[in-house]
Design a protein around this ligand. Structure first.
Ligand code: ATP
Ligand code: MG
Length: 139
């Protein structure tokens, strides 16, 4: 089934000049970019994006990190895009991520883990419109 998922290249990754490397991996895996933007979230915006984690002990730190610098938000489209992107990302903690995954290759720590990806159709349905309007999505 063709799906769409939200991918974010996080603030730790942008200064490492690996935007192109990460996008190349998605394209090689037949995930198409149907929307893309670079922006610097405010802390309030980062809190709103990660609202599901509001009760977690790391929530404040996560929102501070996600608003610490520019990010690249993208919509990826392809067969099983949601699970495909999640397996390409690797486990949340880069130390536990499988070899060859984006987080294993470029991650610093559990917070500075390079990329975000929607984890279900329901989260994609919340996260895509958070960044993109219907008109931003090419077809
Ligand atoms: P993401 O939602 O960013 O794709 P994920 O789904 O692998 O990552 P979540 O459990 O949704 O992991 O956590 C969201 C983000 O919060 C993680 O990517 C990480 O940056 C941060 N995080 C998760 N667990 C911790 C933790 N124990 N300590 C600090 N930060 C954490
Ligand atoms: Mg998550």
């Amino acid at each position: 089934m063709v799906e769409r998922t939200l991918s974010i290249i996080k603030p730790d990754a942008v200064p490492k000049n690996i935007i192109g490397e990460i996008i190349k991996r998605f394209e090689t895996a037949q995930l198409k970019i149907v929307a893309i933007q670079m922006r610097h979230l405010s802390k309030k915006e980062a809190e709103a994006f990660y609202y599901v984690h509001r009760e977690r002990p790391f929530f404040d730190s996560l929102a501070t990190f996600m608003s610490s610098g520019p990010i690249v938000a993208m919509v990826l489209e392809g067969e099983q895009a949601i699970s495909k992107n999640r397996s390409m990302m690797g486990a949340t903690d880069p130390k536990k991520a499988d070899k060859g995954t984006i987080r294993a290759d470029f991650g610093g720590g559990i917070e500075t883990n390079v990329v975000h990806g929607s984890d279900s159709p329901a989260s994609a349905a919340f996260e895509i419109p958070f960044f993109f309007s219907q008109l931003d999505l090419v077809r």
